[in-house]
Design a protein around this ligand. Structure first.
Ligand SMILES: [Fe+2]
Length: 151
């Protein structure tokens, strides 16, 4: 089945751990697109849940990395993440009430992910690459799997 969104080099922030997580989110977006086409509400529900859980865990990882890098714009970046979580929660609630939100949600996700990566995420790239080592990233990944609580 045709993909809705493809990973392209212009989405790379130059940090493999982050690129891998963003690729996984792209994969979830494509899964949601496929689930929507099958019109199976259970499939759509499962993908939305997986996508939301994974995005929350990605944000936690990214924020921990930015904290470690003493990235000065972290408070603003966190705020952007929180606002996005609120928007997605609204879609989840509407979905739970029986509304068909998949198409709207997909449009939001595709737009938001591209903009966020190219603007806010690109902005931290030079600082993180200068201040965070591979060993730091491995440590952060361990911490991520050790503390799976939601924000
Ligand atoms: Fe981000």
């Amino acid at each position: 089945m045709a993909q809705l969104l493809s990973w392209t080099a212009d989405l790379s922030v130059g940090i493999d751990a982050i690129d891998d997580q963003h690729k996984r989110i792209v994969h979830y977006i494509n899964q949601l697109h496929e689930a929507r086409l099958t019109q199976d509400r259970n499939d759509v529900a499962a993908v939305i849940e997986g996508l939301v859980d994974y995005t929350l865990s990605h944000f936690r990882f990214e924020e921990a990395m930015l904290q470690k890098a003493l990235y000065p714009m972290l408070p603003v970046h966190k705020k952007v993440h929180r606002l996005f979580i609120r928007r997605i929660s609204d879609y989840q609630q509407r979905f739970a009430l029986g509304n068909d939100v998949a198409e709207e949600l997909l449009i939001t996700l595709v737009k938001w992910l591209g903009n966020h990566i190219k603007c806010e995420d690109m902005d931290y790239s030079p600082i993180v690459r200068a201040r965070i080592s591979e060993a730091d990233l491995r440590q952060l990944k361990k911490g991520k799997s050790d503390s799976p609580q939601r924000p």
